[in-house]
Design a protein. Structure first.
Length: 346
């Protein structure tokens, strides 16, 4: 848990909740922050004594400082990990979700939950994900990738921005290609705000995506093993389901199951399974969609989340509850997939 991505706080909240759930089922659980090492019970209590998820994600300077500690800490804890039956990955974003930690565990021969290193990397890279969605007939919003000079005032940058808007129209979504929790994401409605949004996104990643904004309802489908969980609808207080809406109580309404027809439910669940397979995912994941609400409804896949949040307000636990699966049982099922060899080197 923890890690050094912009989703560090969320990961700590997920990890602490999973730790508590697995212990309630009689398992011996050791909590490890990849940036700071093994957490004792006193450390866990100190974290739980305050709101774990802060209103804003950690600063990039703080994350860069902690990132230098990841390899030394992992070297220290690998011997104890090797004695474990399985590692439950409660990391979100960055090295925890992009396949880096997964590859290290593969090298050490240690079983872990969720998808393998290649699938994790594919899902984290939104550009590659979209290319795979298109090849597997999962519709996604049209997009282009931005260069650094798009954020500049020079003629070349202006021309590239103009070409992108001529192709995609306004509004557009500008976001880091390999981030989560909408960190660094902007919805651009005015041409004069475009360059600023690109510059902001580049603060969080070396690649930035610009995609056509799809108006409509936001739906999410959890995949658990081979099964699609009940479809959920997210109704955020803001225009998009941003960091604040995701992790601050009262900032979004999540309905499970979503109030859509059985035919639409089946369609989006089938698309979620197809996206899951296209990205070569294993164990569990969450696939997010926008559903247009004008005329005949259409689904556009936003992304796949290989290590979705497991906090009190997270979506996969809510979907599981709608299917009659308690949170401790959900955690045990995820562990069982890893122990049964459901994860491959992908």
């Amino acid at each position: 848990m923890g890690g050094t991505s912009a989703e560090r706080d969320v990961s700590l909240a997920s990890g602490l909740r999973v730790t508590e759930a697995l212990r309630s089922k009689g398992h011996k659980v050791t909590a490890i922050d990849t940036a700071r090492g093994q957490l004792g019970l006193a450390d866990e209590k100190a974290l739980l004594a305050r709101p774990v998820v802060q209103p804003e994600p950690p600063s990039q300077a703080e994350l860069r400082r902690m990132a230098r500690e990841t390899l030394p800490q992992m070297q220290r804890v690998l011997p104890s990990l090797a004695k474990s039956d399985v590692v439950f990955l409660g990391l979100h974003g960055g090295a925890g979700e992009d396949g880096t930690i997964q590859a290290l565990l593969d090298l050490a021969g240690i079983p872990y939950t969720g998808s393998g290193h290649l699938a994790s990397a594919l899902a984290m890279d939104k550009d590659l994900s979209k290319q795979l969605f298109v090849r597997n007939e999962v519709r996604t919003a049209e997009w282009v990738m931005a260069d650094h000079d798009w954020s500049g005032k020079g003629k070349g940058g202006r021309e590239k921005r103009d070409d992108a808007l001529a192709r995609l129209g306004l509004p557009v979504v500008v976001k880091p290609s390999k981030q989560g929790s909408t960190v660094g994401l902007s919805v651009v409605k005015r041409k004069e705000d475009f360059a600023r949004a690109i510059a902001e996104a580049f603060q969080f990643d070396d690649e930035v995506m610009v995609e056509r904004f799809i108006a409509g309802r936001e739906l999410t489908v959890g995949i658990l093993g081979d099964d699609a969980l009940p479809v959920g609808e997210i109704i955020p207080k803001h225009e998009i389901y941003d960091y604040e809406c995701k992790y601050q109580a009262g900032m979004a309404v999540e309905e499970f199951p979503a109030k859509i027809s059985s035919a639409l439910t089946k369609t989006v669940q089938d698309l979620a399974r197809r996206a899951f397979r296209a990205l070569k995912l294993r164990g569990y994941a969450r696939i997010d969609f926008r559903m247009t609400d004008e005329g005949e409804s259409e689904f556009f896949c936003l992304e796949g989340n290989t290590l979705p949040g497991m906090t009190q307000t997270s979506l996969i636990p809510q979907a599981a509850a709608a299917a009659g699966i308690s949170f401790p049982e959900l955690c045990e099922r995820i562990v069982s997939f890893a122990l049964a060899g459901r994860n491959s080197s992908l």
